[in-house]
Write a new protein. Sequence first.
Length: 251
Amino acid sequence: MSALSENLKLTFADCSKLGPAMGNRWVNPVGVLLIAAVLGLPLLAQAQAPAPPPSATAKVENSVRPAQTILVVGDSLSAEYGLKRGTGWVPLLDKQLASETRNAKVINASISGDTTSGGRSRLPALLTLHRPSTVVIELGGNDALRGLPLDMTEKNLLAMAQASKKAGAKVLLIGMQVPPNYGGAYAAGFASLFLKVAKAEKVALVPFLLKGIADGEDAASHFQPDRIHPNEQSQPSMLANVWPELKKIIK
């Protein structure tokens, strides 16, 4: 999800205070798209060298490699936009796994400004490169900011879930919501499409990544100055929203 421009008049933090009374305000997504293009972050996942040919040394290395690889494909909410490296919810997930001595590692392939179309186009190469056992899909927010058709977002998420499953990975879909100023029908349809995809593909779901953050009391205190990206203090809460569902599928 990209940083907001001046055209974005209402944010999650604003909506928590202003409520439904602002439901008819219109947001111009062009500024959002421009900022996303200017401030897009590079791919955070580190490329891995091709596996060496079978040998005695390789067998020893394989014996200590993580049994599970968790691939996170997301946008700026997962790419640590505006945060100090290592403080986002994805790095915190890596630390959570280590603290529980789980035989797993995390590959963060999130890009600031990415959409479901971008994630769908990138996913095949990521699946081939990393061969993940679990794929976490955190995309869709930028689709909404750009006012893209809901059916397109749904089809892209379906395709990503299907491709991940075909590659032998389990899937966790992370849902997002938009402020009510996008219109009640669009906001409701956007929130529900994540559940539709999860049910259709029988994959795990986190209904709302920012639960307790964007919809809680004093929401503004949980966000960076742009009022759309959660601050460092909110990252543990984001992980707390993800972890209960994720741990069920990485046993």
